[in-house]
Design a protein around this ligand. Structure first.
Ligand SMILES: Cc1cc2c(cc1C)[n+](S(=O)(=O)[O-])c1c(=O)[nH]c(=O)nc-1n2C[C@H](O)[C@H](O)[C@H](O)COP(=O)(O)O
Length: 501
């Protein structure tokens, strides 16, 4: 114990440093020491990443990945060893990030916020100023990222059929989602690890959503704790919960009940991620955290650096199935929406399972590559629901690649109740904080008002399929990257000169 009388009860860094092995492993988090020896093999991210910080201060690495209440929730109180006299802790020489000096330079010369005129501008700035590992995590899609690009380019295959000579002096962009009135038909969708981009994390999105009266979907894998995000809401602001279903249903039940108690108005069960996709940019990035046990392809010596996503997702239940839905309906009164539905057959199954909505989504292209865009699936679903007279049985949302208000309008014309937007608000938050999110949402509102006028509609309920031409939608002319791997190793048939040897 430190002998300085004002620090009488505090541990010293030296003492903590003695416990730096599998046999006895202590770490320091936010100035307190914890004995995590018995927790090592239960850590979703595997033991290696903890052992890397055994006997040391792990706060910086821990912060963006774990909500602050994680230790209290998952580590028995007997393992909480108390305060550390941080003056006695040898601060590790930070792994010099060669890019850091240049990144700081780029931050000094970044465009001012007013120079961002659309959502893609935020992406361009974020790419320049974000830490590599954070950019990699947010921007990556699965495999060759074909679907990630298709999500956005699919909107370019839909053309408007505007009408003229309708009074569009007053334009009302408001609508309702799951019974909640919103100012404009988009919501902030669930995206994990908000603190990778901004030290304040998801609460920035909460404040932006409040200002523009749109709904925020709280991610299971948020950096902020669920309660921090709910506490950050104001007045009657509405939030939804995105749920990754845990193999341990008791944990899932606790999360659902707590969310309902805290006033969440929708439960979005993510169904397109029984295993998180292979996001290669994320895997290649500095984030050298070892992968979760779910990816264990054999032995502990295998380098399983799988990036942030894999490290935090081993709890997700790949056995989740339709027969589980009645249980979810029995444990909550919140409307239940399946997030990640990708074909009309499953929308019909969702209706017969009694859920209240679906999000037609491929997880922002971060899961199955070559899954179709949400908007293309929407164009498949709605005519079939209308044919069967089921279009009012369920609320249909789409997300993925929405970057312009015209994208939102196209989705509404095709019958969506609203659209989810992910990366653009992450980039705005990462580059400019709350002012960035505020501007991004305002830009969408301005674009939406103008575009509604130009297609000849003054309110959302006037939008319908007759305003769009979707004939090009099923042409998958995605900009497929050249087959770099194949070309690098391709061995053309030996020509005549080769034979002569
Ligand atoms: C960009 C992004 C998306 C994530 C996301 C994290 C990031 C950085 N994460 S993930 O770590 O597991 O992949 C989640 C998540 O926690 N849960 C979820 O349901 N969707 C997750 N999504 C998907 C998201 O909810 C939308 O489906 C997707 O972002 C929509 O596409 P855009 O980003 O193009 O708007």
């Amino acid at each position: 114990r430190s002998n300085n009388n004002s620090q009488a009860t505090k541990l010293t860094g030296e003492e903590v440093a003695k416990h730096s092995s599998r046999e006895s492993c202590w770490v320091i988090l936010h100035g307190k020491a914890y004995d995590v020896t018995d927790f090592l093999d239960d850590h979703p991210g595997g033991p290696k990443i903890i052992l890397k910080y055994a006997g040391k201060d792990a706060t910086e690495e821990y912060e963006p990945i774990h909500p602050p209440d994680t230790v209290d929730k998952f580590l028995d109180k007997s393992k909480h060893l108390g305060e550390v006299d941080m003056g006695t802790v040898k601060q590790e020489a930070k792994e010099e990030d060669p890019d850091e000096a240049e990144r700081q330079e780029r931050i000094k010369t970044m465009p001012i916020l007013e120079q961002c005129f659309n959502l893609m501008d935020f992406e361009a700035v974020a790419k320049r100023v974000m830490k590599k590992s954070a950019w990699a995590y947010y921007s990556s899609g699965a495999d060759d990222e074909i679907t990630m690009r298709e999500n956005h380019s699919a909107y370019h295959k839909i053309w408007f059929r505007p009408r003229i000579l309708h009074n569009v002096e007053k334009v009302d962009l408001s609508t309702t989602m799951l019974g909640t009135k919103v100012d404009i038909p988009f919501y902030v969708t669930a995206t994990a690890l908000g603190k990778l981009g901004n030290p304040e994390g998801e609460v920035i999105l909460t404040r932006g959503a409040k200002k523009h009266n749109v709904i925020q979907m709280i991610p299971t894998l948020a950096s902020c704790s669920f309660d921090e995000i709910v506490d950050a809401k104001e007045g009657d602001q509405v939030q939804w919960l995105q749920l990754y279903v845990n193999k341990d249903r008791a944990i899932t039940k606790r999360i659902i009940e707590h969310a309902e108690k805290r006033g969440c108005k929708g439960l979005f069960i993510t169904v397109d991620a029984p295993q998180l996709g292979r996001r290669e940019k994320d895997m290649r990035s500095k984030f050298s955290d070892v992968g979760s046990s779910i990816q264990n392809t054999g032995g502990d010596n295998v380098d399983r650096s799988q990036g942030a996503a894999r490290a935090i997702s081993s709890f997700i239940d790949p056995a989740l199935q339709w027969s589980d839905i009645p249980w979810f309906l029995s444990v909550t009164k919140m409307p239940i929406i399946l997030k990640g539905v990708q074909r009309v057959e499953d929308v019909l199954l969702a209706i017969s399972a009694g859920v209240h909505g679906v999000v037609l989504s491929n997880h922002g292209g971060r899961q199955l590559d070559f899954a179709r865009s949400g908007i293309e699936v929407l164009a498949e679903v709605m005519p079939e629901l209308r044919r069967l007279g089921l279009q009012d049985k369920i609320e249909i949302y789409v997300d993925g690649g929405v970057r312009r208000a015209t994208d939102i309008i196209k989705a509404m014309c095709l019958g969506a109740k609203g659209v989810g937007i992910g990366r653009p608000f992450l980039y705005a938050m990462s580059a400019y904080g709350l002012p960035g999110v505020d501007r991004a949402m305002q830009l969408l509102k301005d674009e939406m008002e103008m575009n509604m006028r130009l297609i000849g509609c003054s309110s959302i309920d006037q939008l319908g399929p007759e305003f769009v031409d979707t004939r090009g939608l099923s042409m998958h002319t995605a900009a497929v990257p050249s087959d770099t791997l194949g070309l690098n190793v391709y061995d053309p048939l030996a020509g005549p000169k080769e034979k002569a040897k």
